[in-house]
Each structure stands twice: as structure tokens, then as C-alpha cells.
Design a protein around this ligand. Structure first.
Ligand code: IMP
Ligand code: MG
Length: 184
């Protein structure tokens, strides 16, 4: 069962608000330098990456546009199959665009691997991935991020956009969820 106070469901804080600010600032600086003079479009896959997207775009000081997608990946249980269905597509034409996909967490990588295939067919100038968190131990697809905020261990993490059963997205830091919350 969930506690009345979200914070009581957190086993351990992995990244504090202060640490997150530093990470996002660093990523923003790096992206601003590397995309100077390019046609940068940040694409966020809803919903987990909205919090990161909102902070990252303000840490970038070169002109850029943003767009959003909703995808669902078919799968049995908790494993994503890698077959992606587009629920809400981009509004933007990608020809000539330097696309940067903004993700909350790269886990098995299956969802992103098949999404990238779809997006590359639309002839963008370039496609890169910026993920706030990376769980490299869990990777099944042949994919890696170009920009990584932080690596996390193979545990279920929540907060800063990441959910368990649609909860905890509004937690301002990243924590490990107490196992008793999902085992009961
Ligand atoms: P995958 O890389 O295709 O396995 O799927 C990645 C997606 O799974 C992420 O965008 C998250 O929505 C979700 N996810 C994976 N690990 C976690 C976690 O530890 N906490 C919350 N969501 C997670
Ligand atoms: Mg997600």
C-alpha cells in the first residue's frame, strides 16, 4: 500500500534536488556548445521525461524547439517488447532537423531502439539521445545515450518524472522505491 506521505515510500535518496540541478546544468552547457549553429529540436517521450525536459530546455542557451510524442510498447507484464505504437506523433517535420531525444531513463532500451528507427526514416539531419538516468546493466537493445545525466543501479527508481503506477512523478528528487510498496 502507498503511504499518505510519498516520501515515506522512499527507501533511499539517490539524487538530491541540488545534485539534479548540477547534472542538468552540465548537460545544458554541453548541449549548448555542441549544437551551436544547428537546428536543435528536443523531443520528449511522455510522460516520464516532462520534468527533465522542462529543466533541461532552460539550461540550454541556444535557440531550440520542442515537441512531444506518446508511444506505447506492447509487451507482457513489465518487460517492453520493443514493438512501438505511436499514440501521439510529433507535430513537426523532421527533415533537416538535429533531433535530440530527451528521455527519463534508459532501461532495456527496447522502446527507444525501435522509436529511433522510425524517426530516422523521416530524414532528420542527426539523431542523438539525452537520458537523465541510465541503467546500463539492464540493456537488451544495442543502444546507448549520447548524453547521460547519471547511472543508477538496477533498482526501481521514482521521482523527478519517474513513476510507479503513475505516482511519485512530482517527487522533486530521485529515490529508490521501498520494495514493500510494490510487493503488497
Ligand atoms: P525500456 O528502456 O524500453 O525498457 O523502457 C524504458 C521505460 O521504462 C522508461 O522510459 C520508464 O518509463 C520505464 N522505467 C524503466 N525503469 C524504470 C524505473 O526504475 N522507474 C520508473 N520507470 C522505469
Ligand atoms: Mg518513459
Amino acid at each position: 500500500m502507498f503511504n499518505e506521505n510519498m516520501r515515506d515510500d522512499v527507501k533511499e535518496i539517490l539524487l538530491s534536488e541540488e545534485q539534479i540541478r548540477e547534472i542538468v546544468e552540465g548537460l545544458g552547457k554541453q548541449i549548448s556548445e555542441e549544437y551551436k549553429g544547428k537546428n536543435l529540436v528536443l523531443v520528449s517521450v511522455l510522460k516520464g521525461s516532462v520534468v527533465f525536459m522542462a529543466d533541461l530546455m532552460r539550461a540550454i542557451d541556444i535557440p531550440c524547439s520542442i515537441d512531444f510524442m506518446v508511444v506505447s510498447s506492447y509487451g507482457s507484464g513489465t518487460e517492453s517488447s520493443g514493438i512501438v505504437k505511436i499514440i501521439k506523433d510529433l507535430d513537426m517535420d523532421l527533415r533537416g532537423v538535429d533531433l535530440l531525444i530527451v528521455e527519463d531513463i534508459l532501461d532495456t532500451g527496447r522502446t527507444l531502439a525501435s522509436l529511433i528507427k522510425i524517426l530516422k526514416m523521416r530524414n532528420p539531419n542527426s539523431v542523438k539521445i539525452c537520458t537523465f538516468l541510465d541503467k546500463p546493466e539492464r540493456r537488451l537493445a544495442d543502444i546507448s545515450a549520447d548524453y547521460v545525466g547519471a547511472c543508477v543501479p538496477d533498482e526501481f527508481v521514482i521521482g523527478y518524472g519517474l513513476d510507479y503506477d503513475e505516482r511519485y512523478r512530482n517527487l522533486p528528487y530521485v529515490g529508490i522505491l521501498k520494495p514493500e510498496v510494490y510487493s503488497k
